[in-house]
Write a protein of this length. Structure first.
Length: 278
């Protein structure tokens, strides 16, 4: 009987990166600078320069970070990714994967690989497409990936916060940090982790775009009935918007900026969720 090709998440470069991202985030929230620095060191060591892990991660990202595209563009991206993937030496990649697995086990813990990664199924599908030798299975898996790129459907459950305060956010994040992350928060965290390895112009562009979007959402929020009728909520909303204004002058994404933006993303989500339910 032919054995089924099983997915090994430790050999899934994107999963490992996402798991490290979650590890760094928890360390930041808990104020564990030593652990955060260990994650930073691992990312800088294995995802910089001409690292095959870096190139492999770029292949994954081109597929799972691109959504709401037309079918023609999506197919071209998949074709380009598959061409780039073929240029990566599998034996050298396997060796580098082994090295980062060993570093994670030694410097952090094997439990890092148990971190909740919301888009795990998508990453597993991509890995299977990369690794299968079956033409039929490759076409079927490619179809699933294309569907996600075209539809942009995100099945990750969203949980509104009980409070806009950081203390509540921290408590909830520590209790169940994976499930409570919004799509935009995951994107923010990925940019933050990526910035560890290099001075990322893309991160700065993203930061300016996200802050501008949040400021616009908060400006419009003060006209929502349940906000407009509460002078204290109007005051707090304007205070957050002013804080974002000061952040727009930042040239890098540091921990303080990261947490402020994450709190604001959650606040905006809660405001508009409440508005739609009222």
């Amino acid at each position: 009987m032919k054995m089924k090709n099983r997915h090994n998440k430790k050999r899934n470069t994107a999963f490992v990166f996402e798991a490290l991202s979650r590890e760094a985030t928890v360390a930041i929230i808990k104020g564990d600078q030593e652990r955060k620095q260990k994650v930073v060191s691992i990312v800088r060591k294995h995802f910089t320069g001409d690292s095959l892990l870096k190139k492999d991660l770029e292949c994954y990202r081109s597929l799972y970070e691109n959504q709401n595209l037309d079918e023609t563009t999506s197919k071209k991206i998949v074709e380009a990714v598959m061409a780039a993937k073929r240029l990566i030496d599998p034996d050298r990649l396997f060796k580098q994967q082994t090295e980062i697995i060993n570093d994670i086990n030694k410097e952090l813990s094997p439990a890092t690989f148990n971190n909740f990664v919301p888009n795990y199924k998508s990453l597993a599908t991509i890995a299977k497409m990369f690794n299968t030798n079956s033409p039929k299975q490759k076409v079927m898996l490619e179809g699933k990936i294309l569907e996600g790129m075209v539809s942009g459907v995100d099945t990750t459950p969203l949980e509104p916060m009980d409070s806009i305060t950081f203390r509540t956010f921290t408590k909830k994040f520590n209790a169940k940090y994976g499930d409570s992350l919004l799509q935009e928060q995951r994107e923010l965290l990925n940019h933050y982790i990526s910035s560890f390895s290099h001075d990322d112009l893309e991160t700065k562009i993203y930061l300016n775009r996200e802050i501008a979007s949040l400021k616009q959402s908060l400006s419009e929020a003060v006209d929502i009935e349940h906000i407009a009728n509460d002078s204290e909520m109007v005051r707090k909303t304007n205070a957050v918007r002013e804080r974002l204004e000061s952040l727009s002058k930042e040239t890098s994404l540091n921990e303080s900026t990261l947490l402020t933006i994450m709190r604001t993303q959650e606040l905006v989500k809660e405001i508009y969720t409440d508005a739609s339910n009222s």
